[in-house]
Design a protein around this ligand. Structure first.
Ligand code: GLU
Length: 304
């Protein structure tokens, strides 16, 4: 399979499309992004790496980071995560409060904001230095150590984070947040502020295409069964209220973030990242979705 040739073809095609959608301007720092940025990078289990466009530039990965916090909780927590967070698509927006009331404070899945906050709470309860430990965990996933939180993005989001504050306190009222909500929110905002390039992200997510093992040093990060479950969650819940459409049009396991990035995994084959900051009405990168739809149509490879 010549992924590079297909990436070149699809990149030129999507690059000429009118850049529809809007920046995630509800976070002031993200409103300053250059809307024309466009990058893609693939890392394969057979050690091919290939990128085009702005694939070396760091961007705010936002909710993509929720997959990494889930993996760390899966790896380190010996209790049952799934008693505190469900594994169902929510069919609502990422920051919705409505289902929590009828679901007694159990978020539908770990990728909506509510679920990611419960995962942050679990990490705070179980790690000595959650922020440092999470960074160390992410660093261990690839050979590249150049990863950090962005104080600027975290502060920007915090300054307008009224809905996230409401979500966290609401879950606390049901007893499903054990720590101080301010501490949980602080960790959550830092988690969402991580900045990485397409190249770096596709490299460090490759373990999920490799049955839980990092290809650069053969470390078993998650068991094969855990890695399959994380992929299953990405496939069913990774795109807010557009997860069904992503399965239908793209057919990969994936996760998007409001910074305009998308990570997608084809188990045993590759991990691919696309970044273009303008978002469609469901909050997913407009060009990123178009790119991946065309890419899997031409490669004829998908989960199905
Ligand atoms: N930090 C963002 C928020 O809480 C994450 C949204 C996302 O990327 O889905 O609003």
């Amino acid at each position: 399979m010549n992924h590079q040739k297909i990436i070149q073809e699809v990149f030129s095609k999507v690059n000429t499309l009118e850049s529809k959608g809007n920046l995630a301007s509800y976070i002031p720092e993200l409103a300053n992004l250059n809307p024309d940025k466009f990058g893609v990078h693939i890392s394969t289990t057979s050690s091919i790496k290939y990128g085009l466009g702005d694939y070396k530039e760091k961007f705010s990965i936002q909710s993509i980071a929720k997959v990494l916090s889930l993996c760390l909780a899966f790896k380190t927590f010996d209790g049952n995560i799934w008693e505190r967070v469900d594994v169902e698509p929510s069919g609502t927006a990422f920051n919705s409060l409505v289902q929590l009331e009828s679901d007694n404070g159990i978020p539908r899945n770990p990728f909506i904001n509510a679920g990611a906050m419960v995962i942050c709470d679990i990490l705070i309860s179980n790690l000595k230095n959650p922020k440092e430990d999470l960074l160390a965990f992410i660093k261990s996933l690839s050979a590249n150590n150049d990863i950090n939180y962005s104080a600027k993005i975290a502060a920007s989001e915090k300054s307008v984070g009224y809905r996230n504050v409401a979500l966290c306190n609401f879950i606390k009222s049901f007893g499903n947040i054990k720590n101080d909500p301010n501490e949980v929110l602080d960790f959550y905002f830092d988690l969402c502020s991580l900045e990485l390039s397409c190249e770096h992200l596709s490299d460090l997510f490759l373990f999920l295409a490799n049955n839980g093992k990092t290809p650069h040093n053969n470390k078993q990060i998650l068991t094969k069964a855990q890695s399959q479950r994380v992929n299953a969650l990405m496939q069913t819940c990774g795109f807010y209220d557009e997860s069904g459409e992503f399965a239908f049009k793209v057919g990969l396991a994936g996760k998007s973030g409001v910074g305009g990035g998308i990570i997608a995994i084809l188990p045993n084959e590759y991990s691919i990242v696309v970044w273009s900051p303008k978002l469609n009405e469901k909050g997913n990168s407009y060009k990123g979705m178009k790119f991946l739809e065309n890419f899997t149509t031409l490669t004829e490879q998908s989960l199905f």
